[in-house]
Ligand binder design. Structure first.
Ligand code: ASP
Length: 355
């Protein structure tokens, strides 16, 4: 009798240890079968901003180099995820690399505010418990996304701004830099150009239609079934009065919920705030039977396009399905899961099912 019980227990333990699928992922798999979709083991999607690049105006080398960078970020993300990294670590790590890359409008390379300074915004949210962290208007934190992560993990707040956010980042041991660390000639020239234009036309913001945003974002579904989304930006060129865009606003530029999806947005932040776009994607996913792609498409090509609001978003649903719509001419974007990898910049690239 004792031997038989021992045997049954032993087999039980063996079965449990062989089946190392986390409960969240297991639930999703069962739901995926009912929803007639596939549960991906893991997935990651990144963007480097929506805007008005064009195959004619932007040199081919520039386009290829940007895409090569996205490609290597996707491969790095995959390697981390295959090795069981947590979504929150992958999102923050990938975004710190993009913040160090002067070609993006985030961290070093951020655009300039009217006062000639770089004022940075970032946010991160984890879908397991809806915990989130954000910082706005920081000008001395090398990696704003890490400050947002510290707010999420080591404070009882969600959103900090300006000098207070910087003191907090310092207390948490994050690297602080002089504001001129963020300087790049290209973005400075752009400020001067926009200001010259503003003096002539009275139109104060980044002039369209040739702007390139370059904000960065990342959404990850890890092997445990956790979804995390993050966004980091310098905002809009020539922004005034400590203007804050959507990127650090939870529900506008960033949102994540394990029960639905994760979202990171890019574009003219004022509209994304008014329509609470990132949360809207999650909410519609929760309350309708529409796919992540249908929901994201309708918001970007319908709701926002109708009011001339430029931008795009990246989203992953809880099964790892992706949406990457944008209503400008280009959005640097990339997606990876266990079986496919996509990197694209213009509309004609990538697969129609994603953008
Ligand atoms: N959404 C950002 C903002 O309005 C800008 C961008 O995506 O490039 O601050």
């Amino acid at each position: 009798m004792i031997i038989r019980i021992g045997l049954i227990l032993g087999i039980g333990v063996l079965l449990v240890s062989c089946n190392n699928i986390e409960p969240q992922q297991q639930n999703n798999r069962e739901e995926a079968v009912r929803a007639n979709t596939t549960q991906h083991e893991y997935a990651m999607v990144i963007h480097g901003g929506a805007g008005y690049m064009s195959p004619e105006k932007n040199a081919e080398e520039e386009q290829l180099a940007l895409k090569a960078t996205m490609d290597s970020l996707l491969l790095l993300g995959k390697e981390l995820l295959v090795n069981n990294a947590d979504a929150v670590d992958v999102v923050s790590h990938i975004i710190t690399i993009m913040e160090d890359d002067p070609r993006f409008n985030a961290g070093r390379g951020a655009v300039f505010a009217e006062n000639g300074k770089n004022e940075l915004d970032a946010s991160i949210m984890q879908g397991s418990d809806l915990n989130a962290g954000a910082v706005a208007g920081v000008s001395t934190v090398r990696h704003p996304i890490l400050a947002a992560k510290e707010v999420m993990e080591n404070s009882r707040h969600v959103f900090m701004s300006g000098a207070g956010a910087e003191s907090f980042a310092k207390e948490q041991g994050l690297e602080l830099v002089n504001n001129d660390y963020f300087f790049t000639q290209k973005k400075y020239d752009r400020l001067k150009m926009v200001q010259k234009e503003a003096a002539k036309t009275g139109f104060n913001e980044e002039p369209f239609p040739d702007s390139k945003y370059g904000t960065v974002g990342c959404v990850v579904l890890d092997k445990k079934g956790n979804i995390v989304a993050g966004t980091s930006t310098g905002g809009l060129t020539n922004k005034k009065y400590n203007r804050i865009g959507d990127s650090p606003v939870i529900g506008a530029g960033t949102y994540a919920n394990n029960r639905t999806c994760g979202v990171s947005c890019t574009g003219v932040g004022e509209f994304f705030i008014r329509y609470a776009i990132a949360h809207e994607v999650s909410s519609q996913y929760m309350h309708t039977n529409r796919s992540i792609k249908q929901i994201a498409d309708e918001l970007i090509h319908g709701t926002l396009k109708e009011i001339n609001a430029d931008g795009g978003l990246i989203a992953l649903d809880k099964f790892g399905n992706v949406a990457m719509p944008f209503n400008t001419t280009a959005m640097l974007r990339g997606y990876i899961n266990e079986e496919e990898k996509i990197v694209a910049l213009f509309r004609s690239e990538g697969k129609s099912k994603e953008n």
